[in-house]
Design a protein around this ligand. Sequence first.
Ligand SMILES: Cc1cc2nc3c(=O)[nH]c(=O)nc-3n(C[C@H](O)[C@H](O)[C@H](O)COP(=O)(O)OP(=O)(O)OC[C@H]3O[C@@H](n4cnc5c(N)ncnc54)[C@H](O)[C@@H]3O)c2cc1C
Length: 382
Amino acid sequence: MPNHLWMQEEHHAFGDSVRRFFDEEFQPHRDQWKGDGYIPKEFWQKSADIGILGATIPEAYGGLGLSRHFDAVTYLEQAKIGDSGWGFSVHNIATHYITGFGTEQQKEKWLPKLASGEMVAAIAMTEPGTGSDLQAVKTTAIKDGNEYLINGSKTFITNGGSADLIVLVAKTDPTSRSKGVSLIMIETEELEGFSVGRKLDKMGMRRNDTAELSFQDVRVPQTNLLGDEEGQGFYQLMKQLPWERLILGYSALGAAQSALETTLAYVKERKAFGQRIMDFQNSRFKLAEAATKIELLAAFLDQCLAELDRNELTAEKAAMAKWWGTQMQCDIIDECLQLHGGYGYMNEYLISELYTDARVQKIYGGTNEIMKELIARSLDAD
Ligand SMILES: Cc1cc2nc3c(=O)[nH]c(=O)nc-3n(C[C@H](O)[C@H](O)[C@H](O)COP(=O)(O)OP(=O)(O)OC[C@H]3O[C@@H](n4cnc5c(N)ncnc54)[C@H](O)[C@@H]3O)c2cc1C
C-alpha cells in the first residue's frame, strides 16, 4: 500500500488514534446507522474529543491548528473502513470557509462549536433546478433592514437533516450571475420558515441524512453574510474548491485500498476448479493493475497536497485529482467486486457497500464532466 512521504511520526500517531476511534466507536454500529440513515450527534462529539473535527481549526478558535495533512489522514482512514456516510468532509469544508473568509466575530462565534461537535455543518449549493450551473441558483437573500430575507429550496444536502449550521449559497443580487452570489450562514435551531424535507432514499451513502431544505421568508441577521462584502460567494467557493476536490481524491484512494484489501483476503480463501481464486492469472493481473493504480493515484494526490500547502494547486490540477481519482476508485472496486463472484453482490460483503457508495463520487463535488471541462478550458487558454 502507498507510502506517503509526507507522513511523519505525528501523522502516523494521529492515524493510529483515528483508526482506533473508528474501530471502537463506528464499527459496532455501522449496520444500525445504515438502517437509521443518520449518524448520531454523540459520534460527532466523540470524534471531536480525539481532535478529528478541530484538527485544522486554529488553536485560537478551539482547534488544534494542524495542517490539512491531518485531515487527509482522517479521510484515508474513514474510507479504509468503507464508510462515506459520516459527513465529516462537508463539515470540514464548512470550517475552512469560515477560517478562510469569516470575520473575526464569525470565527469566534462558530469555529469553537464546530471543533467541539456542538454544531454539525452542511453546505447547501444544489437546488432542484440547478446543480452544475451554480451561478444559476434561484435562492435569494435580500437585504431588509439589518436582516436578510431568504427564500428558496435546496436538495441533495449532505448532513441536511442534522446540520446546526449551513453555509447557504444564495443570490444577494438576483439580476447577476456569479457576481450576485453570496454565502449566508444559517443557524437552524428554531429558525422560523426553515424546514428539512424528506430524507432522500439513496442507493449508497446510506448512513448520511442527505436531505431537501426549504427556506420560506427566513430571516437572519445581516452579520451572517460570510465575510463583509456581498457578491463574494462565487469567488469564495472557487477558492475552496481545490481542497474539496483533493478531499474527494483521498477518499477515493482510501476506498480503493479498502477494496483491494478485502478482495485479497477473499480470493486467497475462496476456491474454484481446485485452486484459489487468487491463483488464476486473470485475478493476479486485475489485482496487480489495482495495486499499481493505487500507487499512482497516491503519488499524484500527494503532489497536489504539497502544492496546496504552498498555495500553488491550480483548479485544473485539482480537477484532475477529482475525476481521475474517483474514476480509478470506481474501476478498481468494480473489478474487485467481480472477483467476489455472486458474493460481491450481497450486502453483507464490504465490497458491495464500497460499490454502491463509490458511484456518487463521480457526480458530486462537481461532476467528472465538469472537471474535464475545467481542464480543457485551461488547455484552450491563450
Ligand atoms: C449523495 C449526494 C450528496 C450530495 N451532497 C451535496 C451537498 O452536500 N451540497 C450540495 O450543494 N450538493 C450536494 N450534492 C449535489 C451534487 O453536487 C450535484 O448532484 C452535482 O453537482 C450535479 O448537479 P445535478 O445533479 O443538478 O446535475 P446536472 O447539473 O443536471 O447534470 C446532469 C448531467 O449533465 C452533465 N452536464 C451538466 N453541465 C454540463 C456541461 N457544461 N458540460 C458537460 N456536461 C454537463 C453533468 O455532468 C451530468 O452528467 C449531492 C449529491 C448527491 C447525489
